[in-house]
Design a protein around this ligand. Sequence first.
Ligand code: NAD
Length: 525
Amino acid sequence: MSTPPVVDDPVLALDPQWVAHLAERAVTQPRAETMTSITPLTGRPLAVLPVSTPQDVHLAFVGSRAAGQAWAHVPLATRSQVLLRFHDLLLRHQVEMLDLIQLETGKARHHAFDEIVDTAQVARHYARHASRYLRPRSHPGLIPVLTDVLELRHPKGVVGVVAPWNYPLSMGVTDALPALMAGNAVVVRPDPATSLTMLFAAELLDRAGLPGRVLQVVLGSGPSVGAAVVQEADHVCFTGSTRTGRTVGAQAGERLVSATLELGGKNPLYVAADADLDRAVEGAVRACFASAGQLCVSTERLLLHDVIADDFLAKFVPTVAAMRLGANLTYDADMGSLGGPEQLARVRRHVENAQAMGATVLTGARPRPDIGPFFYEPTVLTHVTPEMDVAKEETFGPVVSVYRVGSDAEAVALANEGEYGLSASVWTADAIRGRAIGSLIRAGSVNINEGYAAAYASPSAPMGGMGSSGVGRRHGAEGILAMTEAQTIATQRLIGVGAPARIGQERWADLITSGLKVMKTLGRH
Ligand code: NAD
């Protein structure tokens, strides 16, 4: 379709023909029930989309399983070409994609652009490196020279992706890409609030040359359609809250299929006594308020060394207060809307509960219905105590709490409090010290002198959570090997491994014992 999809500011709506065209990609019945999504930018209806039934999900898996068998035999170089063409198409069609992401999530345009960058990087990475990750590997065998051991990697089958609404392109596609490179088919269930973004991504994959039904999209609610995907998948990729992650993990466990669970966080950012404060302020603002704080790796706890706390806040608070909120499809806003009424309610509850229990608001703490129904000012709290909701739970909104610490050790202890362990950040002039502090923090990713992006946007490095923040990793070798079954093929040559009849078991045991000693002495495997 060449017509521009957006009908123009300030209407902030979509061309219904384009919506209908995208909806045709979903696996649904001709007269399916429908759901209406809204745009958080205005609260007005955005799209009416069909809903898949659990039977549709089953049919999607049957179709993908058949298509996947042929896809698994497509040479890796050809699969790479599909991902590289997808990369180019995504960059070429970024305006339409950015409009969709913004309209469905309400986030600011530059935050939507982060998803384009992330997805393009992951596509390029796996297109270029999958052959290295997946190539057959030799292992030392039982009897040196005489036992040949080869490890092969086979696709699992059909990978089921259940994605949340906060990063609909990144979370919908960046697990699917390594799955496809590994020779799997994929069924994706995007969040009902952000289905169009995924449908457009599926269209771009199609245009990039992905054969039909190798990736299919089903639409509908988590407990119904999402759960049906988990019931059929050969590997589950789930991104969402820790609470739902436990349910999904239990279902996958019941079926004995593997699951990668990317869950919540309560991420700390520590500014040490020697940090460059201007850089730290800029990085902290980005880390706290990316996608209005609705980013799994965004910062919710600022740990400030006593020595710099006042100076840091003297720069940080006015910078936060000056952030521009905006409901538009341009790059003019620093921060956009919350995703919807539930997010706004949770943010309000956390801030009001904190205020009622004695926290101090340094800036923000106000809904902004004058801009859009779910806008909320970026908020900085201090005097937060452990009993407050904002201290205990993930807010997943534009709210950060300030804590003062007297030493690096105190910062590490505070960073490690709580059940989560997703992401952390350390700011110091001494990078070696920063890495030493980082290695003591229980978090899957630690950024030194950056809030979150340095680790997250390095797609060859694993990304995921410790503790209640998740199981497994996306990106890098782990992100693709998780979608494969390892197979070991060992070939025994010349002599067998059992006791030869003429030697007898006892003499054989003596010989093996001597062999084990020699192997240890020689430093062999
Ligand atoms: P959520 O757990 O409420 O929902 C996540 C998704 O799961 C939704 O799309 C929902 O429809 C679906 N779902 C609900 N019940 C289900 C079920 N029984 N079976 C299958 N799917 C089901 O989370 P949310 O509030 O929508 O998303 C925000 C959460 O996601 C935050 O906690 C955030 O930290 C986390 N997150 C984590 C990462 C990461 O990489 N670690 C990335 C993005 C978001």
